[in-house]
Write a protein that binds this ligand. Sequence first.
Ligand code: FUB
Length: 328
Amino acid sequence: MRRLALTLLLAATPVGAEAPSPGSNPIIRDRFTADPAPVVIGDRLWLYTGHDEAGEGEMFNMREWLAYSTTDMQTWTYHGPIMKVADFAWASKDAWAAQVVAKGGRYWLYAAVEHDATKPGKAIAVAVSDRPEGPFTDAKGAALISNDMTPKGTHSWEDIDPTVFTDDDGTTWIAWGNRQCYIARLGADMVSIDGPIREITPPHFEEGPWLHKRGGLYYLTYASLDRATHTDERVFYATATSLDGPWTYRGELTGSGEGSFTIHPGIAEFKGRWYLFLHNAALTIGERNGALGRRAVTVEHLSYDAQGLMRPVTQTAAGVTALSDADP
Ligand code: FUB
């Protein structure tokens, strides 16, 4: 596997340039990837991404979701496409941001897609598999969340970017949104909404929410856009002692991804260390340079201060250090 990873690294290295060391950013170099979503399953960290295939003049061209996994945070095994947007019969296009979570011995994928003309606008799909590497199949046969379920929204793509989180009491929650951020409890079947949809939009919220918990504190981390001061998204966050809120705004966690209008956080603890996954647009593959629709996933170490606040993260080319079996 190590030889395969090295071969892929060399294949993406321009002639005459020194090959980057394994594990350096961006971590995937042989295809353009975006919207990273990590999850720890057993002794591996699994990473699900979108697949950016935009050509010249195209904003996005995303048709499928990909899976990778690692044991050491340096070498990444590619598991291929796990599902295509065409596998949702009711969706028309756009395999946008997704997250996979484990529950009840199965693996659940929640993803943003474009609904067909029967319910115009973006929607959130749910799929399931018995294995993290898929294949995943449509678990509901219809949208879990569609544009008509959040009528207050100001535009047709407000229902994107699901993040799914299971609390210590076993209840599972989904948050999502663009410009508006919503949260709702999922039914025990994982394919229904159980209870009200509440709006929890934090300051400068744009998209890409990510829910996690550490100790007794909940974190809502998201792609922000303060249009008065910035042209590209950055990552901000808020904290709360209950998912019912109130949420306390905590400001910037990290700045924009190099060359990229969008950014998208994904957070996981793996073998005792915390990681922040992001994307930028700094990768060139052959003739294709990074762009709005040709992004590249990165990862950085994440740490907390004594109050449990996340310390600001500097994005690096070096990436994260290797985990060894000796690590906790
Ligand atoms: O990748 C398509 C969209 O761009 C995602 O859904 C957003 O989070 C932004 O990254």
